[in-house]
Design a protein around this ligand. Structure first.
Ligand code: FHN
Length: 600
């Protein structure tokens, strides 16, 4: 456990009442890109990973193969000649393009992105460029992409193709297969790029009607010129189609953040969160770690609340069936959207830099949508909104709500209080709409939340680097990573509305899929003239249902000690490491420092 230094629990002198530093402006809108109009409107899409890997479904020669299902060829080092044999078994007799598109449509999804060729190199469409494709090499002999294009057209969804432009484990010249083709000196990437990748992308752009995008992935060492060629090709053949950020070299139309990372904080570009429904992308028969619908709905709302899209994956079986638990969750998301779609489609991110203890905010001109995940007793509080609120209502049933606006003089902050009915209209996300006068205008200083907790997220901290080349940086979840230099430190300015005694808690993060976590760091915290010191230990998992957390990443709680702050006002908290353990090269992966009120 934790050692705390001498000032534990003592009454604290009020700190100098200087104004807290303003946080960076909320997401800056990019220059207009008309290609993005439909995509910003859509906000929610279906990702489909489907290919030969659905046959082994995570098991090779009777042994389970760890990791994501579509990587089985690589993880089990399956020779090309053996993996090719799978094509002879691929006969998805239960595949129905209409049914898949209906599942997406019913969920409220507006576009579908499907793997036309994943890293295994097998084309899931009829290709003239390579016979290694679903029409020529399988007993199925149908082109599922043609069928999906027709079904999407009929049902009014956009279709987009995922294409792995750099990794192709079937090809000696491409990136990724070092078990069949270990001699790097024999590889000529541009031969593969010119003879397979570009001609196949051209086929996709010219044979399937109007596309929403080409979703490139894992650029690896592709050159800037090659990324730009792909971009130009897509725009040449389909002037309205988008190119995903992973075309490489910052050439795409928008940013694709890391897998299963829901971005937080100010996002400078249009972006897309990509999420699995369980832990794998391609079907794996023993992966039953399904995300609950509450997590999926809240992740989607988080993405919208930060100006992003939510692309949610399903991995159909080799027979062509989308796993029932995923269909069930999508159905429940669709129910939520039928009532609350106004808070999603065509919205932009909310005006605050930080999330609320009860949820997140999305916006459109004249309206703020308060997505309430944790329904408070009687009253919802929002600090820092300067606009006059004209009316407030629940999106479910348009029920009008009473509210009042005042000033809290102690912290010089606007306070909005909205009266709520006792029961939440939706257990996952109930939306309160505010009609406001004018452009949103908010006090952007960080403030204690209505719950009484102070959430000092890593991405909101001021970073003090001892050495400008230090590797410390924020990942797209807003988590500090590569913090291995103990001379680097963070501090935060914040306003405290309700003084009291607080537990000081550090939340740190492990690697995806719970693989690694590193602790044992010694840290010091100073706030309101009090110092505590402690060790970053694993005191349990963070379990805050309001945050877009899920156990794909583990969030570890470390209780450092206790402080008492006696007066409302402006404060600063600093976090300085005394030592950092980095044997696993992870170091201190900080999600946030939390001040949690101690219940009297
Ligand atoms: O390697 C792929 C992976 O298999 C999957 O397709 C994901 C989806 O975003 N993209 C790559 C890893 O980031």
């Amino acid at each position: 456990m934790v050692s705390a230094a001498s000032l534990w629990g003592q009454a604290a002198p009020a700190e100098k009442q200087s104004a807290p530093a303003q946080l960076p402006a909320k997401q800056t809108k990019e220059a207009p890109n008309p290609r993005l109009d439909w995509w910003r409107q859509a906000r929610f899409g279906m990702f489909i990973h489907w290919g030969l890997y659905a046959i082994p479904a995570g098991e090779w020669k009777g042994k389970p193969i760890a990791g994501i299902g579509e990587w089985i060829m690589n993880r089990a080092k399956i020779p090309v000649t053996e993996y090719e044999q799978l094509a002879k078994q691929f006969n998805p007799t239960k595949f129905s393009a209409d049914q898949w598109v209906s599942i997406a449509k019913n969920a409220g999804m507006k576009y579908i992105v499907i793997t036309s060729k994943h890293h295994d190199g097998f084309a899931m469409y009829g290709s003239k460029v390579s016979p290694y494709n679903v029409v020529d090499a399988t007993p199925f002999h149908r082109d599922p992409m043609k069928e999906l294009a027709a079904a999407c057209k009929k049902q009014g969804l956009k279709l987009a193709f995922y294409y792995s432009q750099s990794q192709d484990w079937h090809e000696p010249d491409a990136i990724g297969n070092d078990w069949d083709f270990p001699d790097e000196s024999k590889k000529d990437f541009s031969r593969y790029f010119e003879q397979k990748a570009k001609p196949q992308v051209k086929e996709l752009l010219t044979n399937y009607g109007a596309l929403g995008s080409i979703w490139f992935d894992t650029p690896r060492s592709i050159s800037k010129q090659q990324s730009e060629e792909l971009l130009a090709m897509v725009h040449q053949y389909q002037p309205t189609a988008l190119v995903s950020g992973r075309v490489g070299n910052n050439a795409g139309d928008y940013e694709t953040v890391g897998d299963n990372q829901v971005a937080v904080g100010p996002m400078k570009r249009d972006w897309e969160a990509i999420s699995t429904t369980n832990d794998t992308w391609g079907y794996k028969k023993d992966d039953n770690n399904w995300k609950p619908t509450s997590v999926l709905i809240r992740q989607m709302a988080h993405a919208a609340g930060h100006n992003g899209n939510y692309l949610l994956n399903v991995g159909p079986t080799a027979e062509g069936v989308i796993p029932p638990p995923a269909v069930q969750a999508l159905n429940e998301m669709g129910q939520w959207i039928k009532v609350n779609g106004d808070a999603l489609y065509g919205t932009s991110g909310g005006p605050f830099n930080y999330d609320q203890s009860w949820g997140v905010i999305s916006a459109r001109p004249g309206k703020l949508y308060l997505h309430v995940f944790a329904w408070p007793q009687k009253e919802l509080t929002l600090y820092g909104l300067k606009n006059k609120v004209q009316s407030a209502y629940l999106l479910a049933g348009n029920k009008k709500l009473k509210f009042n606006q005042s000033m809290d003089k102690n912290v010089d902050t606007n306070v909005l209080r909205v009266s709520l009915p006792a029961a939440a209209p939706d257990k996952n996300d109930s939306v309160v709409v505010l009609n406001i006068a004018g452009e949103p205008d908010v006090d952007s200083s960080l403030i204690q939340q209505p719950s009484g907790a102070v959430d000092l997220n890593a991405y909101l901290g001021n970073i003090h680097k001892a050495d400008k080349d230090s590797a410390l940086r924020m990942d797209t979840r807003g988590v500090a990573e590569h913090w291995t230099n103990k001379e680097d430190w963070l501090d935060w300015n914040f306003k405290l509305v309700q003084p009291g005694t607080f537990d000081v808690v550090l939340v740190t993060s492990g690697q995806k899929n719970n693989h690694n976590w590193e602790g044992g760091h010694q840290v010091g915290i100073e706030v309101a003239g009090q110092k505590i010191a402690g060790t970053v230990n694993n005191d349990g998992e963070e379990n805050d249902p309001v945050k877009p957390y899920w156990n794909y990443w583990n969030y570890v709680v470390s209780k450092l000690g206790r402080v008492t702050v006696e007066k409302a006002g402006a404060y600063q908290l600093s976090l300085k490491p005394d030592s950092i353990v980095s044997e696993q090269k992870l170091g201190l992966t900080l999600v946030e420092v939390k001040l949690v009120p101690v219940q009297k």
